[in-house]
Design a binder for this molecule. Structure first.
Ligand code: ATP
Ligand code: MG
Length: 571
């Protein structure tokens, strides 16, 4: 059985896939829209959680497209919300971007711009474009109107400039409690776009900020900070997800009123994946409620989680390139992501034999105390990887599921009287079984044919229908193996009965821990992060919990490629 076939659609496209953002860039460069300046992008995470695979899509666009055109990308932390942000997240985000294989030109924080943003707020007040409003957050919400009704002007909207300047400076000086006043842009309370209805620019929050400490007690909103930060960095193309499309007029309004560098916002579709969630808030809930072992639990869609599970940055980048971008949101089958992981690991992962649920196989006609070594390829996809030695002896382990005392129709693996091939070993024929007191099969006895050494067909041309993997009992190293399944039972985990939340859809069987697994001895020295194909089983990676003599492996992904099948069926 050949388990390592490269899939038919594994070729990377020679031409870049169609991408409307790339088209915009090509046009802008051609028209010299930004003169001779190189293209500038940014990736703007809020440091309030760990990055997930959805962010990887944004990162691949921001960094990937800039790279393609010889441009630059900044990493900018959108740290305008002092209460939810932590240095731990900043560090993890930098590690994840590097791991994906990208490097940033400038490393910035929106908080670097607090002074400039404040000066610009004064400028807007002086121009009669912003005012201090004494309405509470609740009152602001209530007077905003609805999609069908205009909002009402704030009674404070026409405050004289001097009074606005005075109050805003006192807001900054800490004279007022949280929520007492806001600074709002003066735009249009009857705009059909709710974002244009005198949006809040600054709110009072007496909280320490992870970088500016207690220097500020007023903080800019995302909308007021984002476009101006882009402009300060002379970002030419500011990509963000579609939910910001309605914010674009406001993004432009601030830049136009201030007369500053005209960054342009371009929206693309968010990545959604079946059977998982891409929302930091919900992932944080899973961590806080201890539904998972942490942000890096290998079942999590976080970059640190899938890295620990064994996914490669190349696989993630190939996946992101293949999902592409669009102007409407959709959901991507998680099988597609797994397909790209398999495809990449097939190319690079050394092969090894491992038995996860061992059943003893004794070869009665093989001399006791004798052993020999067989040569096996490290990776048939990569001949340069060479060969490895696999020891063989009289007592082996095979997979429990590879033996049936009474084989059902279509079962071609080992059963009494049946001959099979031991991969790279010999042909063996089952002669009898031994059962324990409970009636369970504890040993399978076989005879081997010395003429089939190396697993080759015998001179008489006899064929067998199955090839099994195995591990020599005397040489085996033991390991714990963690098998992962989908984190949620429903394709859309948010689909719940009334009164429930998404945790109701958590898959109770998403983790199965096997102990006493038997591995070929070449794996004894495997170190955390190393990835292998366990023949016939899947791709596995050494977990960070692994210690010499106490190996722990994660199943990255099983071999069966459901996505390739879906593709084939559709073609
Ligand atoms: P979440 O909802 O998970 O908190 P977010 O959008 O609030 O995500 P940010 O830290 O603000 O997270 O995101 C940084 C960048 O990544 C933004 O440009 C955002 O649009 C993009 N991004 C976030 N989630 C996705 C996703 N699922 N698909 C594509 N891009 C995403
Ligand atoms: Mg956000």
């Amino acid at each position: 059985m050949n388990t390592s076939k490269p899939s038919a659609e594994s070729k990377e496209p020679a031409e870049p896939r169609p991408n409307f953002i790339r088209d915009i860039m090509v046009e802008d460069l051609k028209a010299k829209k930004y003169g001779d300046a190189v293209l500038q992008t940014r990736f703007p995470p809020e440091p309030n959680g760990y990055l997930h695979i959805g962010h990887a899509k944004a990162i691949c666009l921001d960094f990937g497209l800039a790279d393609e055109f010889g441009g630059r990308t900044n990493l900018r932390f959108d740290d305008t919300n002092p209460e939810k942000e932590e240095t731990e997240y900043v560090d993890s985000i930098m590690a994840d971007v590097k791991w994906l294989g990208f490097h940033w030109e400038g490393l910035f924080y929106a908080s670097d711009y607090f002074d400039q943003l404040y000066q610009w707020a004064l400028q807007l007040i002086r121009a009669g474009k912003a005012f201090v409003c004494d309405l509470s957050a609740d009152e602001v919400r209530r007077t905003r109107g609805t999609l069908t009704e205009p909002g009402q002007n704030s009674p404070y909207r026409d405050r004289p400039v001097e009074e606005n300047l005075n109050l805003f400076e006192r807001m900054r000086a800490g004279e007022f409690p949280d929520g007492a006043r806001t600074l709002r842009a003066k735009i249009d309370m009857s705009s059909p776009n709710m974002n244009m209805r005198d949006p809040v620019m600054y709110r009072i929050v007496h909280a320490s900020h992870h970088r500016t400490g207690d220097q500020w007690c007023i903080y800019p909103t995302y909308d007021y900070a984002h476009g101006q930060s882009d402009s300060i960095e002379r970002v030419t193309h500011s990509m963000c997800t579609l939910e910001f499309a309605d914010h674009q007029p406001l993004y432009r309004w601030y830049i136009e009123q201030l007369g500053i560098f005209p960054s342009q916002q371009i929206e693309f579709d968010r990545l959604n994946l079946t059977y998982t969630l891409l929302s930091k808030r919900k992932l944080l809930q899973l961590v806080n409620e201890k539904r998972v072992s942490g942000w890096d639990d290998p079942r999590m869609p976080t970059l640190c989680g899938i890295r620990r599970r064994g996914y490669t940055p190349e696989a993630i980048r190939n996946f992101c390139a293949a999902v592409g971008v669009s102007r409407t949101n959709g959901t991507t089958d998680i099988a597609m992501l797994e397909h790209f992981v398999r495809e990449d690991l097939n190319r690079r992962a050394p092969r090894a034999m491992a038995v996860l649920r061992p059943l003893k196989l004794v070869i009665d006609n093989y001399p006791e105390g004798q052993s020999e070594e067989f040569e096996a390829q490290v990776n048939p996809e990569d001949p340069a990887a060479g060969t490895r030695q696999v020891p063989f002896s009289r007592v082996l382990y095979i997979e429990q599921e590879d033996f049936r005392e009474e084989p059902p129709k279509g079962f071609f693996r080992l059963s009494p009287g049946r001959e099979v091939r031991l991969r790279a070993g010999y042909f063996v024929t089952c002669s009898s079984v031994v059962k324990n007191a409970k009636g369970e099969i504890s040993e399978v006895h076989c005879t081997y044919d010395p003429a089939t050494r190396g697993g080759n067909n015998p001179p008489d041309g006899r064929k067998v229908k199955a090839t099994l993997h195995w591990v020599s009992a005397a040489h085996a190293v033991e390991a714990e193996v963690r098998l992962y399944d989908k984190l949620f039972t429903k394709p859309d985990p948010n689909q719940v009965e009334e009164g429930q939340d998404f945790t109701a859809n958590l898959n109770p069987d998403s983790l199965e821990v096997l102990t006493g697994c038997k591995l070929e001895p070449s794996l004894a020295a495997a170190t955390a992060g190393a990835r292998y194909q366990f023949e016939r089983l899947g791709y596995f990676c050494v977990d960070s919990d692994s210690r010499p003599g106490k190996l722990v492996f994660n199943r990255t992904v099983a071999l069966k490629d459901t996505w390739a099948k879906i593709q084939k069926a559709g073609s």
